[in-house]
Design a protein around this ligand. Sequence first.
Ligand code: NAG
Ligand code: NAG
Ligand code: NAG
Length: 246
Amino acid sequence: MRLCTPLLLCLAVALSSAFVISPPHMWTKLILTHHWPTTFCSMEHCHPNISYWTLHGLWPDKGIDCNSSWHFNSSQIEDLLPDMKKSWPDLLNPLSAGFWKYEWHKHGTCAAKADSLNSQHKYFGKALELYHKVDLDSILKKFDIIPSEKYYTFSQIEGVIENFYGIKPKIQCVHPSMNADFQILGQIEICFNPDFTLLDCETRFTMETMSKRDWDKLMAVDKASGFSVCDHDLPVYYPPPKTHTN
Ligand SMILES: *[C@@H]1O[C@H](CO)[C@@H](O)[C@H](O)[C@H]1NC(C)=O
Ligand SMILES: *[C@@H]1O[C@H](CO)[C@@H](O)[C@H](O)[C@H]1NC(C)=O
Ligand SMILES: *[C@@H]1O[C@H](CO)[C@@H](O)[C@H](O)[C@H]1NC(C)=O
C-alpha cells in the first residue's frame, strides 16, 4: 500500500494503476468474420437460400465469454432485427435467435469492455454497420470474383481484397480431404483497430510473434471449425449456391 498525501498525487497514482491493470485485459483488434453460406452448409448439412456473404461474427482478439450474467435480450435490438435476419442469419436454424445469443455471450460480452461497444445495441449495431461499410459481397462481384464452376487462384481472391481495402484479410478454406488438389472458399475476415479503422488481419499473429504452443492452439481451433487458412498454391473453388430441388 502506497501512501500519498496531496490529493492530486493520489489521484495520479490511482489513475496510473488503473491503466497498468486494464490494458492486458483489453482487446486491441476486432475481427469481422464473413462466411459463404454454400460452403458452411456443405459442412453442416443445412440448406441455405442465400447467395451472398453473411456475417458470422464480430470478434475481439482477447477474451471468450467475458460476462456470463449479461444475458442476450433481443428486445434491446428490436430495431436491428430485420437487418440481423438478412445480414447475420442463423444458417442452421433461420427462425431462432440462438446464433446471436451465442455470439453475444462468447464475443460480445468481451467486445463490450470498450465503451464504444458496451451494450447489446452498440455491439450488434456496430457489427452491422461495419458489414455494410465493408460490403465484401459487392466488392468481390465488382472485381469478377463470382461463385463459379471454374477455379480461382488464391492470389486472385486475396489480391482483390488487398487492393481494394488496402489491408490483408484472413481467408479461410475447407480442405475436402487430406490430398485434395483443390480447396473450397469458406470464410473471410476483415480486421479493425479499436477506432474501427481497417487493419491487417495477421500483423499480430504470425509464427514469429507467437509461441509454438499458442500457434498450435490457434491452428487446432481453426481445424475444429473445419476452416483453415487457405493454401496459397491450391486452386480455390468458390461454390455457387445450390438450387433447391425439393
Ligand atoms: C428462397 O428461394 C425461393 C425459391 O428460389 C425464393 O422464391 C425466395 O424468395 C427465397 N427466400 C429468401 C429468403 O431468399
Ligand atoms: C456483467 O453484466 C452485468 C449485467 O449487464 C453487469 O451488471 C455487470 O457489471 C457485468 N460485470 C462485469 C464484470 O462487467
Ligand atoms: C430485455 O430488455 C427490455 C428492454 O430494455 C427490458 O424491458 C426487459 O426487462 C429485458 N428482459 C430481461 C429478461 O432482462
